[in-house]
Design a protein around this ligand. Structure first.
Ligand code: ZN
Length: 174
């Protein structure tokens, strides 16, 4: 396994739509392993392939809080087939928007169809944190970031700060 570089906003790749995968093979599993390692090290609870610059409909998630009992979820070609009318609000962050958080309201429950690590068709009923996490990650596959749900003013402010952050990071690297 090897760690990948996480792409941060603003970067045009984060706004692209990811492509459906034709098959699940060892090469893809290697990418999923790398993504999981990258996510754990960040640390984060979800990562979409586009965030490491790969435009494939692929997500890794682990919302388990216990470090010893990891519970990774590999999701390929996710399709949300149901969203509840009832909503819930979490303060969301994103590995591609380092240091920024905002309260986002989303459907409290969602049902998902996807392929797993072995390419098997699966169904999942998610609620609470997992439901929010899945919706956040599926948004990434369509080029949507959580800041898109905020007012233009708030969104622009965050992007401005991120541009400044990027410049500062570059200075340190040099
Ligand atoms: Zn994110």
């Amino acid at each position: 396994m090897s760690k990948r570089k996480i792409i941060t906003e603003p970067d045009p790749v984060l706004r692209k739509k990811s492509n459906t995968l034709e098959r699940v093979d060892d090469e893809l599993r290697k990418l999923m392993d790398d993504m999981l390692e990258t996510m754990y090290e960040a640390p984060g609870i979800g990562l979409a392939a586009v965030q490491v610059g790969i435009l494939k409909r692929l997500i890794v998630i682990d919302i388990s809080k216990d470090d010893k009992k990891k519970n990774p979820l590999f999701i390929i070609n996710p399709k949300i087939i149901y969203k509840s009318k009832k909503t819930s609000t979490f303060e969301e962050g994103c590995l591609s928007l380092p240091g920024h958080f905002a309260e986002i309201e989303r459907p409290a429950e969602c049902h998902l169809e996807y392929l797993d690590y072995n390419g098997k068709q699966k169904k999942l009923k998610a609620e609470g944190l997992l439901s929010t996490c899945i919706q956040h990650e599926v948004d990434h596959l369509d080029g949507i970031l959580f800041i898109d749900y905020l007012s233009k003013l708030k969104k622009d402010m965050i992007i401005k700060k991120l541009i400044k952050q990027k410049k500062e990071i570059t200075k340190i690297v040099i």
